[in-house]
Design a protein around this ligand. Structure first.
Ligand code: HDE
Length: 695
């Protein structure tokens, strides 16, 4: 008779040891991770040659080492994000400085001084993952807060409004701006017919369009852009009272932008310009940071706003509701693996905490479906929150089971709730997430609120609030983009729309594209209003002259005066700048006094577009030589045309002269390093009329 069945016992470490094999040199090496193996743990003796019957003979099907290696490689790519495919990720922390306990129970916003780990992903929208960083585009600004109450994702952009009002239109918007499907170009660019066709037929997009055509569309660095939650969300306090909230990120390094020509040059010279800048700054310990601000208002306050706060194509000006700074985020750790911590990172506006809620913004509501859906598709099924980068840093317990790549312990009999068989198992809790109450009645239909109908007044307010040079840049950008649109009726329709924003804007664009007679203004659903100007909307109002997070390139050559270089370099570095020595050869040069001056960059491969200011220090002889070197002449010309401060010695002046540059007040002698620092700390739009014919 069979022995009585024994009750199964728990696995012990001895069982595991017996599975892993015992002792021996190979075992020792393997536990150190130095033995190359297959994914089944078989040690590999030859990782260079496929298995064949003889030298030069056919490869054998039984070569499991080759099969596994190649088939794994074949599956290395996962679907890229349909938008925001190109992003840069870094870790850091958020620290609360001002409690919002009056408005919310979410601890991340109430415990002053507490540090919450974060992951930030800053991205472009349109281009594929291998596209250039400096293209004109909206930027994504996603932050995952790993709080002790679960993960909160704030998935915003660097522009406070969006193109469309209803999620229904998102696939059309994205299809219009992506590469045209019959030809597969242009890449990472809105300068083509289908985008402007869609936009010119979608007046609600005009406000966002003006933002992206402004210098906001070409940030200097990921460190110098603002972030916005865009939608109106809600905070909910212990009494269940809800307050509306809009989120803002303010960069510690000031807002700064590129010039368009510089952005175009950089897209070729260094497609990774933004990614490299963020990575290098964190490696150096020069940590990027942002303040978190909130605009708080009640439903009653909303009554007096010029616009419906649930309309995501509108903002609430800072003059109407000031931004209250409540904390700061610092990014201080680069990722170790871009695939694991960037490609696999999953952000979604649906991830909010107890004490927070959504609003009825119809664009936000659509997003609440889309991100989970996209992630289920991209990340191989329903267990992607278990991936290290997505996993919450607080306990997770529920009765969800199985699925691809299930990695959580699934032991026990009970996979349901309520139950009586797993008394120690997870249960609902009164402090858990609860939605704010909504009183609602009405009829089911595909509604567009009447309060969303005014598409031009805030676009007008934005345009008219800009400084004259900012307005010129907007005109210039639209002229550039329409210059790539082949279909005349699309160009004309766009000008007709712009007439509703501002007559002078439309006239300047019409002149820029060579349209003798601007077309009749497009009709509007409601009359366009003249709103008070908002200086806070000017990008220039948030810029600050600084050398922090900026870079200075010093061009040197044989016989350069070392003392001048050292003085300029030391004072710029002391002011916070990264200083790079640019020389005709990467091995560096011999200075006037015979010392070797090491180089960081080789002139022929380094456009001055990568710097925020330049200095040129040359001996008379080297200046003479470089006057016939186009890389040196372009170095000077581009810096001048990109409105940068320039410091020179005698030789440097000689090069500028040869480059045809008529020095102005922002070209200064390096004998006065402080003066150089002043001109180096900002761009000089006042120079612009002397280098370009603005439309
Ligand atoms: Fe997104 N968006 N979006 N979006 N979005 C995605 O999610 C979508 C919108 C934003 O760094 C996707 O996981 C819809 C507004 C950022 O990983 C996708 C609508 C704002 C990121 C998606 C919008 C954003 C995304 C692509 C209209 C600013 C990158 C893959 C209803 C507030 C997140 C993915 C990251 C990514 C859908 C509109 C910001 C397809 C349907 C408005 C920063 O799910």
């Amino acid at each position: 008779m069979a022995a009585k069945k024994q009750k199964s016992r728990k696995k012990t470490s001895a069982d595991l040891e017996s599975v892993r094999g015992q002792g021996g040199e190979l075992h020792q090496q393997r536990s150190e991770g130095t033995v190359l193996s297959t994914n089944d743990g078989i040690a590999i003796a030859d990782n260079q040659n496929s298995l064949a019957i003889r030298p030069g003979g056919p490869t054998l099907l039984e070569d499991f080492v080759l099969q596994e290696k190649i088939s794994h490689f074949d599956r290395e790519r996962i679907p890229e994000r349909v938008v925001h495919a190109r992003g840069t990720t870094a870790h850091g922390y958020f620290e609360l400085t001002d409690s919002l306990a009056e408005f919310t129970t979410a601890r991340v916003l109430t415990v002053v001084g507490a540090r919450t780990p974060v992951l930030a992903r800053l991205s472009t929208v349109v281009g594929a993952s291998g596209s250039a960083d400096t293209v004109r585009d909206t930027r994504g600004f996603s932050v995952k807060f790993y709080t002790d109450q679960g993960n909160w994702d704030l998935v915003g952009n660097n522009i406070p409004v969006f193109f469309i009002q209803d999620a229904m239109k998102f696939p059309d918007l994205v299809h219009s701006v992506k590469r045209e499907p019959d030809r597969g170009f242009p890449s990472a660019s809105s300068a083509h017919d289908t985008f402007w066709d869609f936009i010119s037929l979608t007046p609600e997009a005009t406000h966002h369009l003006l933002w992206v055509m402004s210098d906001r569309g070409i940030p200097r660095s990921l460190r110098t852009m603002e972030g916005f939650g865009v939608h109106t969300f809600q905070l909910v306090n212990a009494n269940g009272d809800a307050t509306f909230v809009k989120y803002h990120w303010r960069p510690h390094h000031g807002v700064a932008a590129l010039t368009w020509d510089e952005a175009v040059t950089l897209a070729g010279a260094d497609p990774d310009f933004h990614r490299r800048d963020l990575w290098e700054s964190i490696e150096r310990g020069d940590q990027p940071g942002w303040d978190l601000g909130v605009q708080l208002f009640t439903a009653e306050d909303a009554e007096r706003f010029a616009f419906d706060p649930l309309d995501p194509t509108k903002l609430i000006t800072e003059e109407d509701v000031p931004v209250r700074i409540v904390g700061r985020m610092v990014l201080d750790l680069n990722v170790e693996n871009v695939f694991a911590e960037n490609e696999l990172a999953a952000f979604s506006p649906m991830r909010i905490l107890p004490g927070m809620d959504f609003s009825a913004d119809p664009l936000l509501q659509g997003r609440l479906f889309s991100y989970l859906d996209a992630q289920l598709h991209r990340l191989g099924g329903s267990n992607f929150q278990q991936l290290a980068v997505n996993a919450p840093r607080c306990p997770v317990a529920n009765y969800q089971r199985d699925g691809f790549f299930q990695g959580r312990p699934q032991g026990g009999r009970v996979g349901y709730e309520p139950n009586s068989l797993d008394e120690a198992g997870p249960r609902e809790t009164p402090g858990g997430f609860a939605s704010a109450g909504v009183n609602s009645e009405g009829s089911k239909a595909r509604w567009r609120p009447a309060t969303f109908a005014d598409h031009y007044s805030q676009a007008r307010q934005f345009y008219r609030s800009q400084a004259p040079f900012e307005q010129s840049h907007i005109v210039d950008a639209i002229v550039f983009e329409l210059g790539k649109v082949e279909t005349p009726s699309i160009r004309h329709r766009m000008v007709a729309n712009l007439r509703q924003v501002d007559e002078s804007l439309a006239t300047r664009v019409a002149a820029g594209i060579g349209l003798a007679e601007p077309p009749e203004a497009s009709p509007t659903a409601v009359p366009v209003r003249d709103l008070p100007l908002s200086p806070a909307l000017r990008y220039a109002s948030k810029a600050e002259p600084t050398l922090r997070a900026r870079s200075v390139g010093i061009l040197v050559a044989k016989g350069t005066d070392l003392a001048t270089v050292e003085r300029a370099s030391a004072s710029a570095a002391a002011a916070g700048a990264t200083v790079k020595i640019v020389s005709p050869t990467i091995e560096g040069v011999t200075a006037e006094d015979g010392t070797h001056l090491a180089a960081d960059c080789q002139l022929s491969g380094t456009t001055s577009a990568v710097f925020d200011a330049i200095a040129i220090v040359l001996s008379a002889e080297s200046a003479e030589t470089l006057c016939t070197e186009h890389a040196a002449l372009d170095f000077a010309r581009h810096a001048f045309a990109h409105l940068k401060g320039i410091g020179v010695d005698e030789g440097g002046r000689r090069l500028l002269h040869a480059a045809g540059i008529r020095a102005d007040e922002w070209v200064v002698d390096l004998t006065d390093p402080d003066h150089f620092l002043t001109v180096a700390a900002e761009r000089h739009p006042e120079r612009e009329p002397s280098v370009r014919n603005l439309p």
